[in-house]
Write a new protein. Structure first.
Lengths: 451, 167
């Protein structure tokens, strides 16, 4: 790659970091106010008590656990997809990986907050942490909630490392190209990175190992989230297919979130030269595959329940098919299947706009799917006299809205501080075809024998 | 003099410079090549391939597994809680915690080993030139013997359009 190309890539991708317009401050202020509103609402809920929410017997899990499952699902966009594409050496991954990995890190942080919000008394969350308590009370390792703690901790640690390690060479580049406080800040973040052949080789080896390790962890995380439900003898929860069903749904919603994030970055940061229509086309095909897979899982799950005709299960089933939850259920089917499949199947419609529209529908549909897994089953348990209803209250709605603003805020700030596309990985993608064959490379080794 | 190096634009020139340095009697471990991206297409990038990183990651995973067994089985025996008619040491759920700690061990071992073996962050003075960030590739030798400097200069300049610098 010639110097001009290298400089153009660096300049294009560093421009968002170095130039700030009033629009950035306005956006941050707007998003921060929504997040502040959410934090204030949470504080109000803590002060007044959990009775402010609509959560009551028999629906003890509702909006907060729906959000928990939804955001953990969104987190599957990044590290999992990035790791798979890295292992199969897909060249088109290079501009996509960091955009995706950031979603994982922030979505996991937001998702992991919801069980804490749901505690009502969040200052006691450390009871989940396994440590030698002076009261000799240890977490019960047979509880799926404790499995969540281990799974999310491992996935978050791995995902943050997977995101941060390839950022070090880019920090070194920013250090060399800036002055003043930026040089000091990025100099510290670069950890005195030089770029020796040894450092590059170790970094790439480490990324390969982490890619291998992170894929089973990502699958396990959403499987374990599904265990929160399937381990309980609740109608339509106690199912052996919940693990793969949840994983497929998570990847589905994750890809949708990634497409929307990429389209936004492309437009706002003028990254048209780097995020090409082919990236959206490829991700659109993946989204189509996941939409079909999701439809297959829903059909298999519904058919089994309907055919089994077990009284309690059918009661929960009918509540969603033609009862009070039917409007939400059929909206979910339209958003997750009816709209995306034709849009993403037809090449003419699989444009950037088409993919973004389908992804927006999928996000709405997948949030509804999480809600419809949690609430109808809890409100239609085995004994009819325990049946009940759930209606979300303002605190739950405001906190839910604020988490979407929190995601947007964190993403905006990240894109302001770190190149949202990995500069060095993009430059590697620009390399010409290898100039030396393996035989020639091996021949050079002979130099070592020459005194 | 702390270091002598040359800056190149083309990786092929870098390969020639590295070969010349070897021919001049400089050991591979004393030749430093610095670039702003990995250049896998040339032999000089493959000099440091030997690594124990994979094995260390495996050992980290094994350590995590042992930790998982001790944490779950140890605490269940130390504080027996009867839950859902399951045995006190319940292997099925324990496997989940053990798996997660195994993977966590492998990931942490990989990251720690990367930092140690790649010397990040490095200490003390080091050979570097900010021109690397503009796409230049640096080839040099640190702390060269005074009487050997002319030989190194010839080797580096002969490597192509090398821009010779000394620190």
């Amino acid at each position: 790659m010639n110097e001009a190309t290298a400089r153009r890539i660096s300049d294009d991708l560093l421009r968002p970091l170095l130039n700030t317009s009033w629009r950035f401050y306005a956006l941050v202020a707007a998003l921060a106010s929504v997040v502040a509103m959410g934090l204030g609402t949470w504080a109000y809920q803590m002060y007044m008590g959990f009775g402010l929410t609509g959560i009551n017997n028999p629906v003890f899990w509702a909006f907060y656990i729906t959000n928990f499952v939804f955001w953990i699902g969104i987190s599957h966009a990044g590290t999992l997809i990035s790791a798979i594409l890295r292992l199969v050496n897909a060249g088109w991954r290079r501009p996509v990986t960091r955009c995706a990995e950031v979603i994982t890190a922030f979505a996991l942080m937001i998702g992991a907050m919801f069980p804490i919000i749901h505690l009502g008394r969040p200052w006691l969350f450390f009871w989940l942490v396994p440590y030698p308590s002076e009261r000799q009370i240890w977490p019960n390792f047979r509880s799926p909630l404790v499995w969540d703690f281990f799974a999310i901790t491992t996935y978050l640690t791995g995902s943050v490392m997977f995101l941060v390690l390839p950022m070090i060479p880019d920090f070194a580049l920013i250090r060399d190209k800036t002055t003043g406080w930026r040089r000091t800040l990025y100099g510290a973040l670069a950890l005195r990175w030089q770029g020796t052949t040894k450092q590059w080789h170790r970094l790439e080896s480490a990324m390969q190992i982490m890619a291998v390790a992170i894929i089973p962890v990502a699958v396990s995380v959403h499987t374990i989230v599904s265990f929160d439900f399937s381990m309980a003898p609740v109608p339509m929860w106690h199912s052996t297919m919940f693990g793969p069903y949840f994983v497929a749904g998570a990847i589905f919603s994750g890809i949708a979130a990634l497409i929307i994030a990429m389209a936004t970055l492309r437009k706002v940061l003028h990254l048209e030269d780097y995020l090409h229509p082919v990236h959206f086309e490829n991700l659109g095909k993946l989204l189509l595959l996941m939409s079909l897979l999701w439809g297959y899982f829903v059909f298999a799950e519904r058919l089994t329940v309907w055919y089994g005709n077990e009284t309690a299960e059918v009661a929960a089933f009918l509540a969603t098919q033609r009862g009070s939850y039917a409007p939400l259920y059929w909206t979910m089917i339209v958003c997750n299947f009816v709209i995306p499949v034709p849009i993403l199947s037809l090449r003419k419609l699989r444009t950037i706009v088409g993919c973004v529209f389908a992804s927006g529908c999928v996000l709405v549909g997948m949030w509804l799917e999480r809600f419809l897994i949690v609430v109808p089953s809890l409100s239609h348990k085995y004994l009819t006299y325990t049946w009940g209803h759930y209606r979300p209250q303002p605190v739950e709605i405001l906190i839910t809205i604020s988490t979407f603003a929190a995601m947007a805020l964190l993403y905006t700030l990240f894109a302001k501080l770190v190149p949202i596309i990995s500069i060095w990985e993009l430059k590697v993608g620009e390399h010409p075809f290898p100039s030396e064959t393996p035989e020639q490379l091996r021949a050079h080794q002979l130099w070592k024998a020459i005194p | 003099m702390n270091a002598i190096y040359a800056l190149y634009t083309e990786p092929a020139d870098v390969q020639r410079a590295v070969d010349n340095l070897r021919a001049a009697g400089v050991a591979d471990r004393e030749i430093t090549v610095i670039s702003s991206e990995p250049i896998e297409e040339f032999e000089f990038s493959h000099r440091d391939e030997a690594t124990w990183l994979h094995w260390i990651a495996g050992c980290g995973g094994a350590a995590g597994l042992v930790m998982g067994v001790l944490l779950t089985v140890g605490t269940e025996l130390a504080w027996p809680l009867s839950t859902g008619n399951m045995p006190i040491v319940a292997w099925w759920p324990n496997l989940i915690v053990m798996f997660e700690l195994t993977m966590l061990g492998a990931i942490l071992a990989t990251v720690i080993t990367l930092f140690i073996t790649a010397r990040i962050p490095s200490r003390g003075p080091r050979m570097y030139d900010p021109a690397v960030s503009d796409g230049k590739i640096l080839v040099g030798v640190e702390k060269p013997a005074a009487d050997f400097i002319p030989v190194l200069e010839r080797a580096l300049v002969a490597g192509g359009a090398g821009e010779l610098r000394k620190r």
